[in-house]
Design a protein around this ligand. Structure first.
Ligand SMILES: O=P(O)(O)OC[C@H]1O[C@H](OP(=O)(O)OP(=O)(O)O)[C@H](O)[C@@H]1O
Ligand SMILES: Nc1ncnc2[nH]cnc12
Length: 175
């Protein structure tokens, strides 16, 4: 894959002003998910960013699941599926946090990670960093070591990295 192929794939992301509320510029990855060539380039590039030495991926409902499922399949890694509340019969932990728009809670299913596992978090967008910070907290509470974060798009002005301490963050594109 050439750099320009990846750039063309990322150019499929569209911007929708004032969604889901006034003042938010929503980045829609649906066209990228819908284009098999672009999607394959993005999965390949995410795989290069997470590197070796990872035992498992973790992803957050809903858009993160699409990326992590494909990447996990490509790399032979299982995925810890972090859920929005009320979906799980057995909850290992719950964290409440702030989003760019509104508040949210996440839950980790019992048995999703083993103690000492090295887990990389995969998501589509890093905005305020609340989602990734909450996911990292859930994984660490369950005994995992979080190795880093790989996202397709980082929204730099929302300063998500500043909430993540020394956790390595890799983004395919930063805007
Ligand atoms: O860095 P943050 O400010 O936490 O924002 C990033 C999160 O926001 C979006 O998820 P959303 O909760 O909108 O859910 P979705 O994937 O179900 O659309 C996105 O998929 C990230 O997970
Ligand atoms: N502006 C944005 N666009 C898409 N997903 C987001 N998640 C949080 N902020 C977002």
């Amino acid at each position: 894959m050439s750099g320009s192929e990846l750039e063309r794939a990322l150019d499929l992301i569209t911007e929708i002003p004032d969604f889901p509320e006034p003042g938010v510029l929503f980045r829609d990855l649906s066209p990228l998910f819908g284009d098999p060539t672009a999607f394959a380039h993005v999965i390949e590039a995410l795989g290069e960013m997470i590197g070796d030495g990872v035992d498992r991926l973790a992803a957050v409902e809903a858009r993160g699941f699409v990326l992590a499922a494909a990447l996990g399949y490509a790399r032979g890694l299982g995925v810890a599926l972090v859920r929005k509340p009320g979906k799980l019969p057995s909850v290992a932990g719950r964290v409440d946090y702030e989003l760019e728009y509104g508040t949210a809670s996440l839950e980790l299913p019992v048995g999703s990670v083993d103690g000492g596992e090295r887990v990389a978090i995969v998501d589509d967008v890093l905005a305020t960093g609340g989602t990734v910070a909450a996911t990292a907290e859930l994984l660490r509470s369950a005994g995992a070591e979080v190795t880093g974060v790989a996202v397709v798009l980082e929204l730099a002005e929302l300063r998500g990295r500043s909430r993540l301490g020394s956790l390595p963050v890799h983004a395919l594109r930063t805007v």
